[in-house]
Design a protein around this ligand. Structure first.
Ligand SMILES: [Zn+2]
Length: 367
């Protein structure tokens, strides 16, 4: 879709057909699969298969849906997508159930895209916003990111069983909070810059309103939700927070667009010291850089930094794995690699490596 981004240019809003959340909603998955047909394919790695395989099978049986399973080997490459597609081709498939974390969800989407059928996502952790979106990421055989691909449409259903999420490690939920906290500010920059959303069109006002709700929910419920995960039991805070990190965060990035906080993940993955930290924690740090570039008032930034400190979100590169203060060369590498991200242009003014390096220095020297 081409778009001139004038005041009357085409606007698009996309979303999953159904989003279901709560303790025990895994039982609903067979009924959701039946919306697409009689034959489901569960794609998951061994760990996730052991966790959800039996309940998914029971639920499908109840809904009179046959279930075939294939085991994902852990890396989303074109060869792996074809291998899983071939394994699945021995019986009919109407819908893929994509279960797991970020990669588990993405590989199920990739197989559904390959087979040209619907997908239902079943996240077992809430560390990112992949479950609601139509995008999946493919890697080369050398583990290098090849790029993002788009399914024809968003998932048929997203089934978020919070009794599973409540039993996942706390750090994964924190990463989900990090991936979501930037959205209000990234969507606002996309609107200012007249940027396209992930549907290649202008975003609706709804994306901005959802981003505001997402941010407010995170501020109110993050600490309560992290405590719920420590007890391994869902409560009202965890339910509200998961809605923000999985549903709202996903709708926001796809319908509003991404900006500097996400562009920063290119820079942070370019140096080995910070490359292996969870995506959401990199994004949370990236937001601090974005706010610095926005010249936000100190009072606002300090309040957000206090929230980061209370919840455990990263305030400096040391919190992302760096052992000592970053060298000028490391700062320069992060800055120049961040500039290679496509979202870097979704900002109120054009930025160069000096702007990014100065923002990094300022955030690093903040006391
Ligand atoms: Zn993200």
């Amino acid at each position: 879709m081409t778009n001139s981004n004038g005041p009357t240019s085409t606007r698009v809003f996309g979303a999953p057909l159904r989003y279901i959340q709560g303790p025990g909603v895994l039982e609903e998955i067979g009924g959701m699969a039946a919306l697409a047909g009689r034959h489901a394919l569960l794609v998951a790695d061994q760990f996730v298969m052991d966790l959800v395989g039996e309940p998914v099978r029971r639920s499908c049986r109840k809904a009179d849906v046959s279930l075939q399973t294939v085991l994902f080997n852990g890396e989303i490459t074109n060869a792996e997508i074809e291998r899983l597609g071939k394994l699945a081709a021995s019986s009919p498939v109407d819908v893929v159930i994509a279960a797991g974390g970020g990669k588990g969800i993405d590989v199920g989407k990739a197989v559904a895209h390959h087979l040209d059928v619907e997908v239902i996502t079943l996240p077992t952790i809430a560390s990112n916003d992949a479950p609601t979106s139509k995008i999946f990421v493919v890697y080369g055989e050398d583990h290098r990111l090849l790029g993002a691909k788009h399914m024809k449409a968003n998932p048929l259903a997203v089934v978020v069983d919070t009794s599973l999420i409540a039993r996942a490690p706390k750090k994964l939920l924190l990463a989900g909070i990090g991936d979501a906290i930037s959205k209000k500010f990234e969507v606002a920059q996309c609107f200012k810059a007249g940027a396209n959303n992930l549907y290649g069109a202008r975003g609706m006002q709804a994306a901005g309103a959802l981003a505001d709700l997402c941010f407010a929910t995170l501020l109110e419920h993050s600490q309560g939700a992290l405590a719920a995960v420590e007890r391994q039991q869902s409560d009202a805070s965890l339910e509200a927070l998961v809605e923000a990190t999985v549903l709202l965060s996903g709708l926001c990035f796809e319908n509003g667009g991404l900006s500097i906080a996400h562009a920063m993940t290119r820079g942070l993955t370019a140096i080995p010291e910070t490359a292996y930290e969870l995506h959401g924690l990199q994004v949370a740090y990236g937001l601090l850089i974005q706010l610095q570039l926005e010249n936000r008032p100190a009072g606002f930034v300090n309040e957000l930094r206090q929230f980061y400190a209370r919840t455990g979100l990263p305030l400096r590169l040391r919190d992302l794995g760096m052992k000592q203060d970053a060298t000028p060369e490391q700062i320069r590498t992060i800055a120049t690699q961040t500039l290679t991200a496509p979202y870097i242009v979704n900002f109120e003014r054009s930025l160069d490596a000096d702007d990014l390096a100065a923002a990094l220095e300022a955030v690093e020297s903040h006391t």
